[in-house]
Design a protein around this ligand. Structure first.
Ligand SMILES: NC(=O)c1ccc[n+]([C@@H]2O[C@H](COP(=O)([O-])OP(=O)(O)OC[C@H]3O[C@@H](n4cnc5c(N)ncnc54)[C@H](OP(=O)(O)O)[C@@H]3O)[C@@H](O)[C@H]2O)c1
Length: 243
């Protein structure tokens, strides 16, 4: 059976993901698969002619997606995982130890760490067989332990640091099972999206990127990646971030 080359955006309802789909759709919309929780988010990108898949990111739903891709003999050429939260219903980024709540920590780790790893775990059989998959997972500079001079944002920082460690494991595994694969933990800069909106007051206008600009930078950095069996932790300029 001949294989179908596919670019997949998980978390396609995110502002950065949507902007990336807009760029990629100019190269051929039919080879893009947009995955998101809500039909409304998918309706927006459907207008660009891309394939869509509604998903609650449960193990069962992701397993079904993986089976569908295997049945199509999909060859994943680019995979970008955008999901992430900084705050949610009833919780905000913690500034002090006495603000830590287990339920909030669990939710942030669930979305920022476990969800992307569930996606990679589910799609691993497809990624193993793909010719040269380029994988970007949206992390954040504040997930850097070395770069953390300010403290605060315990759950967000911790969940992205944990994500980076698990991605490192995945990159080392991929080195064995598909040496042509490449994984990157990515910092998009500060981007004008619902996630950053409540925290933009102290950001200089020239340092606040539009989603379109952020997507262009992500596309450029992703295209520059070489399969070297390592996890790269890069920012929007393509520069390494200390672990
Ligand atoms: N904006 C920034 O300044 C900035 C800076 C550094 C890092 N990042 C990272 O970039 C990524 C994209 O962020 P964005 O700024 O584009 O955010 P956004 O527009 O607010 O998008 C939020 C994303 O998180 C997902 N999400 C939210 N709640 C969820 C839940 N309960 N269950 C599953 N998924 C959920 C959404 O999935 P659906 O598409 O399925 O709805 C969507 O993909 C995040 O990982 C973020 O940490 C952003």
């Amino acid at each position: 059976m001949s294989s179908i080359s596919l670019d997949i955006v998980i978390g396609a309802g995110s502002a950065i993901g949507r902007a990336l789909i807009e760029i990629w759709s100019g190269e051929g919309a039919q080879r893009i698969l947009a995955v998101a929780r809500s039909a409304d988010s998918l309706a927006v990108v459907e207008q660009l002619g891309v394939q869509t898949h509604q998903c609650d990111y449960s193990e069962a739903a992701l397993a079904a997606l993986a089976i569908q891709l295997q049945e199509q003999s999909a060859d994943i050429s680019r995979l970008v995982i955008c999901n992430g939260v900084l705050q949610g219903e009833g919780y905000r980024p913690e500034r002090a130890l006495n603000q830590l709540k287990t339920s909030a920590m669990e939710q942030v780790f669930e979305i920022n760490t476990f969800l992307p790893m569930r996606v990679l775990a589910s799609l691993a059989p497809v990624l193993k067989r793909s010719a040269a998959p380029r994988i970007a997972v949206l992390s954040a500079r504040v997930g850097s332990i070395g770069d953390n001079g300010l403290g605060g944002w315990y759950s967000y920082r911790g969940s992205k640091a944990a994500l980076n460690m698990m991605l490192r494991c995945a990159a080392l595994e991929m080195r064995r099972v598909n040496p042509a694969a490449k994984i990157m933990a990515y910092h998009p800069g500060t981007v004008d999206t619902p996630l950053s909106q409540p925290f933009q007051a102290n950001v200089a206008p020239e340092k606040l990127f539009s989603p379109a600009r952020a997507a262009k930078a992500l596309d450029t950095v992703l295209a520059s990646l070489e399969a070297d069996g390592e996890l790269s932790y890069l920012d929007w300029r393509g520069e390494s971030i200390p672990w």
